[in-house]
Design a protein around this ligand. Structure first.
Ligand code: ADP
Ligand code: MG
Length: 267
């Protein structure tokens, strides 16, 4: 349903952020995107939501090639969650979630926050699903904690009933205990709707815990694509290491060098 065919992206200054990547992601998969900073994770997600145009190759969604002419239609089928939340700070949690419908809401409606009752009910249900209490729903976003704001952002992303949700480092600025519950809620909300998720994470241990499939990028190239159980020490080293691992050493390499693997707990 979501296909990348030999896509590359070269930025204006010559940086090859994505280099000849091909991928197929099926309906309902919870995919975690891993890779060191600068590996091209955000660029790859940008290509799927149409904000970054590939310089080579094509993005095919539900059998149709993504292009300028059909961009808006596809963007309506996708939800986005960012590390920096892009919530409207002065609006309540509820109105931020309702803004998830903005592409199909008239300007006047959104200016005056007049949303049909069925949408309001839907937004409240989503906020309940992400375990926000009623008192938080009506509080301004800027007065909510980081974890509560991220839950609002999840609810907002699902408001338009998306087929695909892209989450770019959604827990990068949250405490570990809150991060785990936020990823759990993201996964559960997506599972109930059979939505596909592509979620980039900094923390390898969350990828191992939550992902159905892990996609690893290194220097713009696909360096790993498989299930969490296959992401062994060697694969991690290939993903995060700064030098190639000689074949002889691979067997002895029990744990990867912690320096290269952010926040991985090494026993
Ligand atoms: P990640 O999300 O994995 O950290 P990015 O996709 O943000 O990686 O960046 C991949 C590479 O592309 C990096 O070298 C980054 O500096 C570069 N890059 C990202 N955006 C731009 C841009 N707009 N112009 C030039 N280079 C960019
Ligand atoms: Mg990024």
């Amino acid at each position: 349903m979501l296909e990348l065919h030999r896509v590359s992206r070269v930025y204006e200054d010559g940086t090859r952020a994505i280099d000849n990547v091909s991928l197929k992601i099926g309906k309902g998969e919870f995919c975690v995107l891993l890779g060191p900073s600068g590996a091209g994770k955000s660029t790859l997600m940008g290509m799927i939501n149409g904000l970054v145009i590939p310089t080579e190759g094509s993005v095919v969604l539900w059998g149709e090639q993504l292009e300028r002419a059909n961009l808006k239609r596809f963007q309506r089928r996708g939800g986005m969650i960012y590390q920096k939340l892009h919530l409207v700070p002065r609006l309540s949690g509820l109105n931020n979630v309702l803004n998830g419908l903005l592409p199909e809401t008239s300007l006047l409606r959104s200016l005056f926050n007049i949303f049909p009752e069925k949408n309001q009910r839907r937004a409240c249900r989503l906020l309940e699903e992400v375990e926000l209490e009623e008192k938080h729903i009506h509080r301004r976003a800027m007065a909510l904690s980081g974890g509560q704001q991220q839950r609002v952002a999840i609810a907002r992303a699902f408001m338009s009933d998306p087929n695909v949700v892209l989450a770019d480092e959604p827990v990068a600025s949250l405490d570990p205990s809150i991060s785990r519950s936020v990823i759990t809620l993201l996964k559960e909300t997506a599972r109930q709707r059979e939505a596909t998720v592509l979620c980039s994470l900094h923390q390898v241990e969350y990828a191992l815990e939550f992902a159905d499939r892990i996609i690893g990028l290194r220097a713009g190239r696909l360096a790993f694509d498989g299930s969490p159980k296959d992401l062994n020490a060697q694969a991690l080293k290939e993903l995060y290491g700064t030098r190639p691992v000689p074949k002889m050493e691979v067997e002895e390499c029990v744990v990867p060098e912690p320096d290269f693997i952010p926040e991985l707990q090494v026993a």
